[in-house]
Design a protein. Structure first.
Length: 595
């Protein structure tokens, strides 16, 4: 017998992502958002200053009350003033406004002062308004802000048992999080029914709710893509990797086409396909995976024309799907579109926006958007951007060179993969890695990338050799290979301080200084006048690289100043080499000491 699918009462659900900078949106929260929408709950997503979240809530309550005090005033257009008054102790703000002539002036002032006190004295913590709050966690080096977010969330939720903490850090260090917050995290995936409520929904199988990304100001660098998995887990059990703890079971095929179609129908077609599989190549169903990718429209040479985003937003508003997000999105689209019009069309368009009070987000309402849209729909469709763009597939976590065969590379070449990421974490995989790159070149895959793990069991010499191999392969095979050296950080919250057995702080800082100059990317590039960029940055051979490791950091970062203008680098190298070459200090120099 099926369990009930929805609670009797709609719940107010808050989804929080700590205010750190991250590249990808929170996929777990996007699935949870869809889950609660299916249950009919009210869902809010927030990322930013948590005080601002509370201010927004208090201001909304205040405006609702103000309409009851004096409904002749359009309080929606006064949102900015209301927020400023509530968060600042300046009564003069009140006297500067035209509505002070209202016969309800005293009541208005009292209402504003009440909510100011309510906010500034944090009285809202005494009456929490959220039935359930979720906090996602990411990497352990965001520990402090993650803990702060959880502690703040405890004050926002009605019952502590309804504060749900999950995600990567929560799954890797649940005991530490519980010790610091008193909240027992959800560990691993939500891949079984009934894990949050008494129903049959499997949250991990649900499509993502892309709409929540329009509820916040933060812009994720990677956004216009389908985010999904074709497999889960990994066959390998690498000691440095957290995947065995996060996804202990290897699933060799995760059907994706239905979710893909649901996302397209609700949110519109996305340009790229970003796959987050941790190790897709071991799957015996790899050929099926490639076929499904092609069925999604990602074939070699595929192009994409952005759908009518305003039409999608209006349709979702008509259906009542996340009004807050689609009011914000519609407002942004309307403002951006005005830049594409000129002359009389631009004037007519601006007049329509003014007529329906759509010239700014503050005055934009759902009702006016729905009424105004027929007036501008044809114009928007005619002049919106329709330039075809290339589509790409990205196995973002990389593929394992040890599983690459000619047949699998041939299959990969049938989709618009850009770039092909092949892991090169150990020099021991040198021969297999080189063979994989050669196969990629053979099948016309010319854009490649990889992460190079360092500060683990490797040595600085090891890192240089792997970087050098990529440089040579790029030249010999006419490829673009972009390397991203990634420092190994253990799971411990203070893991950024970790030093591998063959590294010390000076070596780590030297590599980081070089990468700061290259913006974290190491790629093949030759200037006819200055020569190889790689050789300039890392040294033309291993001996020069070793010298760079000992060089003062300012000499590395401001190389032109100290090398060409002041000439200090040459003097330093002379003294350094004399010291290194003396028999007295030679043996000591061969040892690595932790500083």
């Amino acid at each position: 017998m099926n369990r009930k699918r929805r609670p009797v009462k709609k719940r107010n659900v808050l989804l929080l992502e700590p205010n750190y900078k991250n590249k990808y949106p929170p996929l777990g929260l996007m699935k949870i958002a869809m889950y609660h929408r299916l249950l009919g709950d009210n869902v809010t997503f927030f990322k930013g200053d948590l005080k601002q979240l509370v201010l927004d809530q208090v201001s909304e309550e205040c405006i609702t009350k103000l309409y009851k005090v004096d409904s002749t005033i359009d309080w929606i257009t006064k949102q900015t003033f209301v927020k400023e008054f509530i968060k600042r102790k300046e009564d003069s703000l009140f006297d500067d406004l035209d509505f002070v002539r209202s016969s309800n002036k005293a009541l208005i002032r009292n209402c504003l002062k009440y909510y100011r006190k309510y906010f500034l004295q944090e009285q809202y913590f005494q009456k929490p308004g959220w039935d359930r709050v979720y906090v996602t966690t990411l990497f352990t080096f965001y520990w402090d802000i993650t803990i702060q977010t959880i502690l703040f969330a405890k004050k926002l939720v009605k019952k502590q048992s309804e504060l749900k903490v999950g995600g990567i850090a929560a799954s890797l260090l649940p005991e530490q999080i519980e010790a610091e917050t008193g909240i027992k995290p959800l560990v691993g995936l939500l891949d079984e029914p009934g894990m949050l409520d008494d129903n049959d929904l499997v949250i991990d199988d649900l499509p993502l709710d892309y709409s929540i990304l329009d509820e916040i100001d933060y812009q994720y660098p990677t956004r216009d893509a389908y985010f999904t998995f074709m497999t889960k887990g990994c066959k390998r059990k690498c000691e440095f990797c957290s995947v065995p703890k996060l996804e202990p079971e290897y699933k060799n095929f995760v059907p994706t086409l239905d979710k893909f179609n649901q996302v397209t129908e609700r949110f519109g077609e996305q340009q790229h396909l970003l796959l987050l599989d941790n190790n897709v190549l071991p799957s015996p169903r790899f050929a099926e995976i490639i076929q499904e990718i092609k069925e999604m429209g990602f074939v070699k040479g595929a192009t994409y024309i952005e759908p009518n985003q305003l039409d999608i937003a209006i349709r979702n508003l008509e259906e009542g799907f996340n009004d807050k997000a689609y009011i914000r999105r519609s407002s942004r689209l309307l403002q951006d579109f005005s830049k594409r019009l000129k002359g009389q069309r631009a004037q007519q368009y601006e007049e329509i926006l003014e007529q329906f009070e759509l010239s700014s987000l503050e005055t934009t309402t759902k009702e006016n958007l729905l009424v105004a849209y027929p007036e501008i729909a044809d114009l928007y469709e005619q002049f919106r951007l329709k330039t075809p763009k290339q589509r790409f597939v990205d196995f973002n976590q990389g593929i394992d060179c040890r599983y690459i065969t000619e047949e699998k590379m041939k299959l990969l070449s049938q989709i618009p993969i850009m770039p092909l990421r092949i892991a090169f974490d150990h020099l021991a995989f040198k021969e297999k890695y080189i063979k994989a790159i050669e196969l990629a070149a053979k099948y016309g895959i010319r854009e490649l990338s990889n992460y190079l793990l360092y500060n683990y069991l490797d040595s600085p010499d090891d890192l240089y050799e792997r970087l050098s191999i990529n440089q040579k392969l790029g030249v010999e095979l006419d490829l673009h290979i972009y390397s991203f050296p990634m420092k190994y950080i253990p799971l411990d919250p203070k893991g950024r301080e970790h030093l591998g057995p063959h590294w010390n702080r000076k070596f780590i800082r030297a590599v980081q200084c070089i990468l700061n100059v290259t913006r974290g990317i190491v790629a093949h590039s030759i200037n006819p006048e200055k020569g190889s960029f790689f050789e300039k940055a890392f040294g033309k051979d291993l001996e020069e690289f070793r010298e760079l490791l000992y060089m003062p950091e300012t000499y590395i970062v401001y190389r032109k100043l100290f090398e060409e203008e002041l000439g200090y680098t040459k003097e330093w190298l002379t003294l350094f080499r004399e010291f290194r070459d003396t028999s007295r200090h030679n043996h000591r120099f061969e040892e690595v000491k932790k500083l």
